[in-house]
Ligand binder design. Structure first.
Ligand SMILES: [Cu+2]
Length: 192
């Protein structure tokens, strides 16, 4: 039984044409889609490049820089947590009784302990109307405490026990006696 049904030539042509048409549409469509996709990629790339360029200036830079700044702030806060201690002290005129029975100008704290190379914050309330200093040339320290409350940084770069003194003439009633005597306008910095 070889009586198979075969399509009429017309129909065959129709089908063939239809097939060709479909193929063409598909191919063209694909090409168009590919072109569109290509254009899309190019457009996306262009936009990215523009965005990148813009981020390097103006508000974009601020937005991009903020996380870095925050990170740095967190790092600084963490690393300085151990060294963030602040020592409070005052400078008071005629504050402390000396062996001569008179009151002398003095720092309320004259002994300081530091770790070599580690800054120690000194918040000094100088109640006098002139500056007084914590000076130790050997230790490389020279802090001039101005009148009022200010915070200074004490750093010593070598280990040792160093005497400091106030190098700004004071304790004038006793010819500057307090400037040479530990516990008054002098003291020790111990760096370990
Ligand atoms: Cu002084």
């Amino acid at each position: 039984m070889s009586m198979t049904h075969t399509p009429t030539p017309d129909k065959d042509t129709e089908l063939h044409d239809q097939q060709q048409f479909d193929d063409t549409v598909n191919r063209t469509g694909k090409v168009v889609l590919q072109a569109l996709a290509g254009a899309g990629i190019v457009a996306a790339l262009l936009m990215s490049i523009i965005a990148l360029n813009q981020s390097g200036e103006g508000s974009g830079a601020t937005a991009a820089a903020q996380p870095t700044v925050k990170l740095a702030a967190v790092t600084a806060a963490t690393s300085s947590a151990a060294a963030a201690q602040v020592v409070d002290l005052k400078v008071i005129g005629g504050y402390k009784l000396g062996p001569d029975g008179k009151k002398h100008d003095a720092f309320t704290k004259t002994e300081f302990a530091v770790k070599v190379g580690q800054p120690l914050k000194l918040r000094i309330d100088n109640t006098d109307d002139v500056a007084h200093s914590i000076t130790s040339p050997v230790a490389g320290v020279n802090i001039a405490a101005q009148p009022g409350t200010h915070t200074y940084t004490l750093v010593v770069k070598q280990a040792g026990k160093f005497q400091w003194y106030c190098m700004i003439p004071c304790d004038s009633d006793a010819n500057g006696w307090a400037m040479q005597n530990p516990g008054f306008m002098s003291g020790y910095i111990t760096a370990t």
